[in-house]
Design a protein around this ligand. Structure first.
Ligand code: FUL
Length: 417
């Protein structure tokens, strides 16, 4: 392959990849019905959070270092969290705020105040809407909903098109994508139509390695092995997003369910296997039926952010540069056990194979190897004592451009963090 043939990101994709960590919020009718997939028959009167506070949600995210926020404006049950003109099945018919409330607006406003990019999830599959059976009528309906969301709530960072339930169903993607491009041209489009970002292929928060930033192997949903059918003009460069709920297999809140909260170690591993493999991590933390994120989830979110800081907040040494061999010389012999690598993705994924070497008694020794670097690669290895660490790129397309090569000892407790 020639360097000019490498796929390259748009500046919007680069900006999105730099966000790395997203906060996903599943909230809606299911929150009040102890279920994950409502069938669209639950009464809107059931939606009635007693202490709803979108600012609390955004604060939890912001304080823990999340850089974007995605809300389920409508899940598969069809219940809309904003006062839409398209259906009565919405907050307008609930008891919450006497039907005057708007969850989407409160989230968008809280995000704006916090400087947090805001995104929306709008399920194509709709189990409530009677016109879902009629393709043309539902395309109109869905496009009207999307237009409301993309025109009334300020800038949107990402539109999350969930493939679940839509296996085998055709929507008017040309028209849907046209709406996104018209009203939110900078928004990322998740996995359907003419996407700019793709689903990683599981709900465990784990990217395979290597996770090249190209379109191969994308799938529509958990329920089919089929690849997604995308419109012509879909870009070659297509970074992955790893979505995962903090409570195992539960996207929505359920009572007495705290024992599903993933352990800190599991979450750290998820971070290392998502962000550490060049994907974004979209961690779902669900508010309860009061409309608040429960303390137990907040505690775990905070612990995770602290652990990430402790491990990767402060490198022993860092450098950058172009070429096939990049060496870091430490001030003294030190125990090291991890590196972070980043390449200049604007110029494509040039690195195809690399090794990490350390010098011991004047001899270079290979201690780790890999292929993709892309936006970010976190790689751990057994503790090794050395004064010199080398990134040796053994296969590349064109000249490698490394914008970060950092060395860590992740077992060392960093003062003051
Ligand atoms: C899936 C859905 O079916 C789940 O309920 C959840 O919304 C997840 C993010 O995507 O496809």
């Amino acid at each position: 392959m020639k360097v000019e043939d490498l796929a390259r990101p748009t500046k919007q994709q680069i900006a999105w990849q730099n966000l790395e960590l997203g906060f996903y919020v599943h909230f809606g009718m299911n929150t009040f019905c102890d279920q994950e997939w409502g069938d669209g028959t639950d009464s809107p009167k059931l939606f009635n959070p007693s202490s709803f506070d979108a600012r609390q949600w955004v604060k939890v995210a912001k304080d823990a270092g999340y850089k974007y926020f995605v809300l389920t404006a409508k899940h598969h049950d069809g219940f809309c969290l904003w006062p839409t003109s398209t259906t009565n099945y919405s907050v307008s018919n609930s008891l919450w705020k006497n039907g005057e409330g708007d969850v989407v607006k409160e989230c968008a406003d809280a995000c704006k105040e916090a400087g947090m990019p805001f995104g929306v999830y709008l399920s194509p599959w709709d189990r409530h809407e009677p016109c879902y059976e009629n393709k043309e009528a539902y395309d109109d309906f869905y496009c009207a909903q999307l237009t409301e969301l993309l025109t009334q709530y300020g800038p949107i960072v990402e539109v999350w098109f969930d493939g679940a339930g839509s296996e085998g169903r055709e929507y008017d993607w040309e028209r849907i994508i046209g709406i996104v491009k018209e009203y939110q041209p900078d928004a990322m489009i998740f996995n359907m139509g003419q996407p700019t970002i793709r689903w990683v292929g599981n709900e465990e928060g784990v990217a395979p390695y290597p996770c090249w930033n190209t379109r191969q192997q994308a799938r529509l949903s958990m329920f089919t092995e089929d690849q997604v059918h995308w419109l012509p003009g879909t870009p070659e460069w297509m970074p992955a997003e790893c979505d995962v709920p903090i409570r195992g297999n539960h996207w929505f809140w359920h009572e007495n369910d705290e024992d599903r909260i993933r352990s800190l170690d599991e979450l750290v591993t998820i971070y290392e296997k998502s962000v550490g493999r060049g994907a974004n991590l979209l961690l779902n933390v669900a508010p309860d039926d009061r409309g608040l994120i429960p303390d137990a989830d907040i505690k775990r979110v905070q612990e995770l952010s602290q652990r990430i800081q402790e491990k990767y907040g402060q490198p022993i040494a860092t450098t950058s540069g172009n070429g096939h061999d990049i060496i870091i010389e430490l001030e003294e012999s030190t125990d090291v056990n991890a590196v972070i690598l980043k390449e200049q993705i604007a110029d494509g994924e040039r690195v195809r194979e690399y090794q990490i070497e350390v010098e011991q008694q004047g001899v270079w020794k290979i201690i780790a190897e890999g292929s993709a670097i892309g936006h970010k690669r976190i790689q751990s290895f057994s503790n090794v004592n050395t004064k010199k660490v080398k990134l040796k790129i053994t296969e590349a397309v064109g000249e490698p451009e490394i914008i970060e090569f950092s060395v860590f000892n992740t077992e060392q407790v960093v003062d003051g963090v």
